[in-house]
Design a protein around this ligand. Structure first.
Ligand code: SF4
Length: 312
């Protein structure tokens, strides 16, 4: 059966304060969406034949009724529930087991380094790295026992503090936790990330040699590595670079907003609101498929890096 996915934001409440977060609302001003509202949305979308649901935060594992919510989605017939989490709460095995028993979950863990100091600095949580590592250990254990059916994925935000060691980071999670699916999201300069632009946002040019190593590694080790937020001309020296462009997999319907819930297609929102093009892009053979750089990136660094590709 074809998959039809909706992603429901449970509110921006979080137990981290990541320096690259796109949200800049103070932590004490954030609220969860009521359980009754999310249940209503789950029913509405199931009636429209959506069969996969993703829950987004903030940090969804601290949503007070997260286990009941997963069980409810499972009873409605959602065949998979995607959880994008910082993974810290998975360090508690009894909590993790309850989640896994409630429905068929695919776990996406956001972790941005294999070095404790870097991770804890980026997320502003001392001890956060250790909790995430314990969480990955628990997830891997349940996956090996066949209790978790779906493969576990890791999402990383590529930034000034981690890009030079990214190939090592991938190998670390591959070797220690059998992670074979990685998403490298080039930092989006918005919210807190925009405030921390100077310390966090590298140029595409300086990151590319390291990202190229990650893509080569993925072929060698049979891993699935994709990226987000990188214009094609920045990737042009990578053989078959389009194999690593993750945007094409992102056509998801998202529902978010605290007071007035809004529905939008993430890929359209990203193209129209978050990315930009240069006047020269019109001459480029990839103009219709490439989304260009992040808009705020181009506002600060300009367009000099981006040169139209005239032919293959
Ligand atoms: S020139 Fe423009 S359209 Fe072409 S790859 Fe670069 S950013 Fe994309």
């Amino acid at each position: 059966m074809m998959e039809k996915e909706v992603q429901l934001n449970l509110g921006k409440v979080c137990n981290n304060l990541c320096k690259f977060c796109m949200t800049d609302i103070p932590l004490n001003k954030r609220k969860f969406i009521p359980f009754s509202q999310i249940k209503k949305e789950l029913k509405q979308f199931r009636d429209k034949n959506y069969n996969v649901v993703g829950f987004l935060g903030g940090e969804l594992t601290i949503y007070p009724q997260i286990i009941e919510l997963i069980a409810f989605a499972d009873r409605l017939g959602y065949k998979r529930i995607n959880l994008v989490s910082n993974g810290r709460r998975y360090s508690d095995m009894s909590f993790l087991k309850k989640l896994v028993q409630a429905g068929n979950i695919k776990f996406y863990i956001s972790i941005h380094s294999h070095e404790e100091k870097t991770e804890d600095f980026l997320t502003s949580i001392n001890g956060g790295f250790r909790e995430k590592i314990r969480g990955l250990y628990n997830l891997n254990l349940l996956r090996k026992k066949g209790i978790i059916k779906e493969k576990i994925s890791v999402n990383l935000v590529v930034n000034k503090l981690n890009y030079k060691v990214l190939p090592r980071t991938l190998l670390f999670y591959f070797k220690n936790f059998d992670i074979k699916d990685f998403r490298l999201n080039f930092i989006k300069p918005d919210g807190r990330a925009m405030k921390n632009f100077k310390i966090l946002v590298p140029t595409y040019k300086e990151t590319m040699p390291y990202l190229k190593q990650c893509f080569l590694l993925s072929k060698k080790m049979n891993m699935d590595v994709s990226s987000e937020g990188i214009p094609f001309c920045a990737m042009k020296n990578i053989k078959n670079f389009r194999d690593f462009v993750g945007e094409s997999k992102d056509s998801k319907n998202i529902i978010e907003g605290e007071k007035n819930r809004q529905e939008f297609q993430y890929d359209e929102f990203r193209k129209d609101r978050l990315r930009t093009k240069t006047p020269k892009c019109g001459k480029c053979i990839y103009n219709s498929s490439c989304e260009g750089p992040w808009t705020n990136y181009a506002e600060i660094y300009g367009f000099k890096e981006f040169k139209p590709i005239i032919r293959n």
